[in-house]
Structure formats: structure tokens, C-alpha cells
Ligand binder design. Structure first.
Ligand code: G1P
Length: 297
């Protein structure tokens, strides 16, 4: 089995009900942080980590995603006519070469594990990454790149990990830690969305994974778990249970939960402030708001 990670799965079949009515006609992955859709952040991170094949697990109503990564001849021609080279350059990042991208339909919403399993024939016998575009991570070195580097030293499955408040364990996959070595933890088990009193720790899985092909085989045989869905967490936990290495990786960077409205708003402000051309105006606006708020108290 080769140990270079060149394929990534992007599960994007979810209905995005938390963002209705917006997501009635727009896939949530097309929702925009400043001027780039969520999915573009995920793709850029994957490219930085050396990913060459991008596999999207989609569902009905996600056509806008396919169009987003397609060439747009009319638009490009118009920009060329007007000599807008900068905009043409920006568009280049959204174009995928033929054969670089694949779309697979998940016909039934049966959970994250099932979505990943739908891509099994495109993965074959090599390790692969999974990126959940809802989790946006701002980091000097992109999170998946940190993990790919760490994976070369620590083969086996690797999941991005982050401490969460005890009261929030029921929103995450939670690690049962065998040994804590700081940046790395070795994992003896994983539980999907446990209540605080049943959680083996408060170290949560964030949406970046590097997985061995054996996880696909596990997905073949596991039954529905938490929420009646086929859970990716359970298929990874099976690796640990059978004595194969599973590692948690405490990444450096700030994670935004763009699957929630509050997280999306925080990311919008933070990514806005990080943009030189927007920073001063936005900062001034925020300070004014705080001022008005204080004056009102
Ligand atoms: C999924 C995973 C969960 C993980 C989380 C990270 O849950 O099932 O283990 O902790 O992503 O964002 P979801 O948020 O899709 O319910």
C-alpha cells in the first residue's frame, strides 16, 4: 500500500436544513465567506496538502457545485475582452482539470460513514483524506498539510482533534485516549456524539481525516450507530479495537463551525478582518457597534 495521500473525499450531500431558506436553492457549500464559497476553502486546503484527485459525494440539488468547478467560457471571454486579468486569475483557482474531479451520488441520507463508503471504488488500496467543508480552519500551515506531514511519521488512521467544553461532547465524535503525547494522541476508541457523562474525554474529532483503505472495508460491515446512521467514527473505532493504529492530531489553527449560524458569522467577521482591503473599515464598524451597545447599557 502506498503511503502518499493524493485523494480526498468531500461529503457534500447534506440538505443544509440549518440554513433554510437559503439552502432551498443554494447548496450550503456554495455559501460564501467574504467572496469565496465554503467549498473553495476546502479545495484550496486539499491542494496545499498535495491532493490530486477530488471526490465529491453529492445528492440531488447540488448542481451549482458542479457548475462552480466548471469552466465558464462566456464569463471568461467577457473578462478577457475587458482585460480583467486579475479576475481571470481568481477564476483559474475554481477550474478543475478534466479527470481531477469526480462526483458520486449518495442516493439516501444514511450518514457520514455511508457517504464516504459511496466513494470506495475510486479509492482502491491507498490512504485517503476526508474533508468536511463545514469545518473551516484558519491556519498558517493549512490543517490537512499539517496532518499529511504528521502521517508520514505516524501511519494508521489520523483524525484532527480539538478540546471542546464538556457540555458540547454530544455534537462530536469523541476520542478515548490511550496515550497523550501533546500534538499526538494515540486512540483506543471513539464514540459518536456521547452525552457529557458518557464521554471518554473532551477531545473532539474535527472534520479532517486521513484514513487507511481498511476503513472502507469496515464501512462494509458496520451497522447503523448514533442517530440511526452509518457513522464514520464507528468504522475508525473498529481499527483501534482490532489493534491497528489510530491517532488524534491536535492541529494548530482556529476552527470555525460553519455548519452553524453563529460559527458562520464568526468566520465571516474573522476572515473579513484578515483581508487587508476590508480590515480597517470593518474594524471601525465593529468598534462603532460596541460603542453604541455600551452607551445603551
Ligand atoms: C461529523 C462527525 C463527527 C465530527 C464532526 C466534526 O458530525 O460525525 O464525528 O466530530 O463531524 O465537525 P456532524 O457535524 O456532521 O454531525
Amino acid at each position: 500500500m502506498k503511503n502518499k495521500v493524493t485523494k480526498a473525499i468531500f461529503p457534500v450531500a447534506g440538505l443544509g436544513t440549518r440554513f433554510l431558506p437559503a439552502t432551498k436553492s443554494v447548496p450550503k457549500e456554495i455559501m460564501t465567506l467574504v467572496d469565496r464559497p465554503l467549498i473553495q476553502y476546502a479545495i484550496d486546503e486539499a491542494r496545499a496538502a498535495g491532493i490530486k484527485e477530488f471526490i465529491f459525494v453529492t445528492s440531488r440539488g447540488k448542481g451549482a457545485l458542479e457548475d462552480y468547478f466548471d469552466h465558464a467560457p462566456v464569463l471568461e471571454q467577457e473578462l478577457r475582452k475587458k482585460n480583467k486579468t486579475e479576475l481571470l486569475e481568481i477564476l483559474k483557482n475554481t477550474n478543475m482539470d478534466s479527470g481531477e474531479i469526480a462526483y458520486i451520488r449518495q442516493h439516501k441520507a444514511m450518514g457520514l460513514g455511508h457517504a464516504v463508503w459511496c466513494a470506495r471504488r475510486l479509492i482502491g488500496n491507498e490512504p485517503f483524506a476526508v474533508i468536511l467543508p463545514d469545518d473551516v480552519i484558519a491556519a498558517e500551515k493549512p490543517c490537512l498539510q499539517q496532518m499529511v506531514e504528521a502521517f508520514q511519521e505516524n501511519p494508521g488512521c489520523m483524525v484532527a482533534a480539538m478540546e471542546v467544553p464538556r457540555t458540547k461532547t454530544s455534537s462530536y465524535g469523541i476520542l478515548d485516549v490511550a496515550e497523550d503525547m501533546g500534538t499526538h494522541v494515540s486512540v483506543r476508541g471513539m464514540v459518536e456524539k456521547p452525552e457529557a457523562d458518557a464521554a471518554p474525554s473532551n477531545l473532539a474529532v474535527i472534520g479532517r481525516y486521513i484514513l487507511t483503505p481498511n476503513v472502507m472495508r469496515n464501512l462494509n460491515r458496520i451497522k447503523a450507530g448514533s442517530g440511526g446512521e452509518i457513522q464514520l467514527t464507528d468504522a475508525i473505532a473498529m481499527e483501534a479495537a482490532e489493534g491497528r493504529p489510530v491517532n488524534g492530531y491536535r492541529f494548530s489553527g482556529q476552527r470555525f463551525d460553519c455548519g452553524s449560524k453563529a460559527g458562520f458569522l464568526q468566520a465571516t467577521v474573522s476572515f473579513g478582518l484578515a483581508r487587508e482591503e476590508l480590515r480597517d473599515g470593518l474594524m471601525e464598524y465593529l468598534q462603532d457597534l460596541l460603542h453604541v451597545d455600551k452607551a445603551a447599557q
